[in-house]
Design a protein around this ligand. Structure first.
Ligand code: GLU
Length: 314
């Protein structure tokens, strides 16, 4: 990691800027390494910048020390990046965005809890579709309105994904008014990600298809805030032998920092880059130089959700 100041404000240039935004819910595992390699390689190939943002806004899911462990793993694998941004230091910025949206009547306080929603709401693409109960004023006789929701519209949100092609969804119908602030008072993931991607001047978000539906929400939220959305490209995520996405929750094995070259080559192979045998004896720096020259993003379109053998057992 270099010591230069962390860019939080947009630089106003057209320089490619990518990012990797891990939540500190566990150490880096092979699935998250693949996400880091994909976004970093794309930035390298564009001669651009790559930022690391630690998404530590949910203390209920955070594992103590995980942020430091993730950063140490990235450094051990030769990723270069400015000082990372920690979202926990930016809570007032997310608060301001929410206040602004409520002030403009684009968002509203909500007093519904899980039980009432479970009884009333239909399942949608990204969880339950909020039935709009508090849209015209929250009933606070039973509970305070601690959550905040964004008003969604019956218009299609459309974008061209760099790998998945044209994507479209009607937010009010498919997803519903979604949370900007959760009932427990915590900032919702969508709010922090959208605000920061804009604030950091990210030009392209490269991440797993598990976050595809979130993209519709983030694009719409950015539009409501009057901010520009980045480009997006979603690649199929790494799954375990059971077909379930590798995640810190299902105890995917921590990557071994002493096997950094092997891990990067394995991630590049997973990403269909066919690194040559000769790289096995190259330095870590040599591998990254090869990536800068030879990265072929288009190959990721050939990826399908597929288990990577032996990931869970290593
Ligand atoms: N923090 C999210 C995660 O670790 C990723 C956010 C993103 O890439 O937009 O799953």
């Amino acid at each position: 990691m270099s010591t230069s100041a962390s860019p939080v404000e947009p630089q106003g240039s057209l320089t490619y800027r990518g990012r990797f935004a891990p939540s500190p819910t566990g150490p880096l595992h092979f699935g998250s390494l693949v996400a880091a390699v994909a976004s970093y390689s794309q930035a390298l190939a564009h001669g651009g910048e790559w930022l690391v943002r630690i998404e530590d806004i949910d203390p209920t899911r955070e594992i103590k020390g995980a942020a430091g462990t993730i950063l140490a793993s990235l450094e051990a694998h030769g990723f270069e990046f400015p000082a990372p941004v920690f979202q926990s230091t930016r809570l007032d910025i997310y608060d301001n965005a929410i206040t602004r949206l409520i002030g403009a009547n684009l968002a509203y306080p909500c007093s519904c809890n899980r039980q009432t929603l479970a009884a009333m709401a239909k399942p949608g693409r990204a969880g339950l579709i909020y039935p709009g109960t508090c849209r015209n004023g929250a009933d606070t006789s039973q509970r305070p309105a601690t959550a905040v929701r964004l008003r969604t519209a019956a218009l299609p949100i459309t974008f061209t994904d760099g790998l998945q092609g044209r994507m479209s969804c009607v937010l009010s119908h498919d997803i519903g008014d979604f949370l900007l602030r959760r009932g427990d008072g915590l900032i919702a993931y969508q709010t922090a990600v959208a605000v920061d991607d804009a604030a950091q001047g990210i030009t392209e978000v490269v991440r797993g298809t598990d976050l595809l539906d979130s993209t519709f929400m983030q694009i719409y939220l950015l539009e409501q805030l009057g901010l520009n959305a980045p480009q997006y490209a979603h690649f199929p995520v790494v799954t375990g032998p059971d077909g379930v996405k590798l995640s810190k929750h299902n105890r995917a094995t921590k990557i071994d920092n002493n096997q950094s070259k092997f891990n990067i080559l394995r991630a590049l192979s997973f990403l269909l880059q066919e690194p040559p045998q000769s790289l096995k004896t190259a330095s870590l720096q040599g591998i990254w130089s090869w990536v800068a020259e030879n990265w072929d993003f288009g190959r990721l379109a050939g990826l399908r959700n597929r288990p990577e053998k032996s990931i869970m057992t290593r």
